[in-house]
Design a binder for this molecule. Sequence first.
Ligand code: AMP
Length: 284
Amino acid sequence: MRLVHELAEWRALTHDARARGARVGLVPTMGALHAGHESLIARARSACDVVIVTVFVNPRQFGDAADLDNYPRTLDADVEVCARAGADAVVAPALVDMWPSYPAPTATTVTVSSLTARWEGVGRPGHFDGVTSVVAKLFALTGPCAAYFGEKDFQQLVVVRQMVADLAFDVSVVGCPIVRDADGLALSSRNARLSADGRARALALSRAVGAVADAPLSASQARATVARALADPGLDVAYADVVDVGTLEPVDDSFSGAARVLVAAVVDGVRLLDNGPVTIVGDA
Ligand code: AMP
């Protein structure tokens, strides 16, 4: 497995692979890799000939300087995870190559203006501009590929799909299911910062998602069930709602069909996300 830092080598690697007729799979990450990331790499491995994992902690998607400073950076361990999971290359570009003007703004920003006003877009202004700008650049450097994203960041997945459709990137976006710990907590690089007590509290998120997963419910019933599961004064809930999977707008009681419950809460100062499917039956 190769470890690549230079943008030119990255471009050449994928260009040469396609020239041989190989299908290129891209797994974008910020490192601190865990079994959730490994599942993306395994999925790419099963469908592609050349699998590339990018590891880049993108400062432009962090609103909070402390969150950026505290973000774990574990490249040596990440390289081992990628090798074990069967990746062909880890691409870890330098900040100065990705964003030469940083910390000054770049002249060009990619904004997906619909889909980003709510949910993570509220608590983290500028976050999605940072995400779409860096993902557009990863796509430009990688070229035509299949790109693997986790449903763990459901809004991000929908936003990236929209960007790809609107800007005609030659990339097929593949959404992959959430990987959870045995107790239900969705794996996240940030979980390591939870105290034992905070971790116990955090389980309310997966319980809320699980509580609406099985039986069809009206939108109001689903909202009430989720709210009950999150009713812990130690949990600082940022949002909890039931949304249309395409528009990410809240559904009302006339809605019927597949929807998504989205939840976010801050525990021990750590922002945690979870989501899952819910079947809504309308009253109309
Ligand atoms: P990150 O490194 O946190 O930016 O995540 C990189 C990719 O891994 C994103 O597409 C995430 O949605 C995905 N991911 C993170 N955690 C999980 C998880 N628990 N299950 C599945 N995918 C995940």
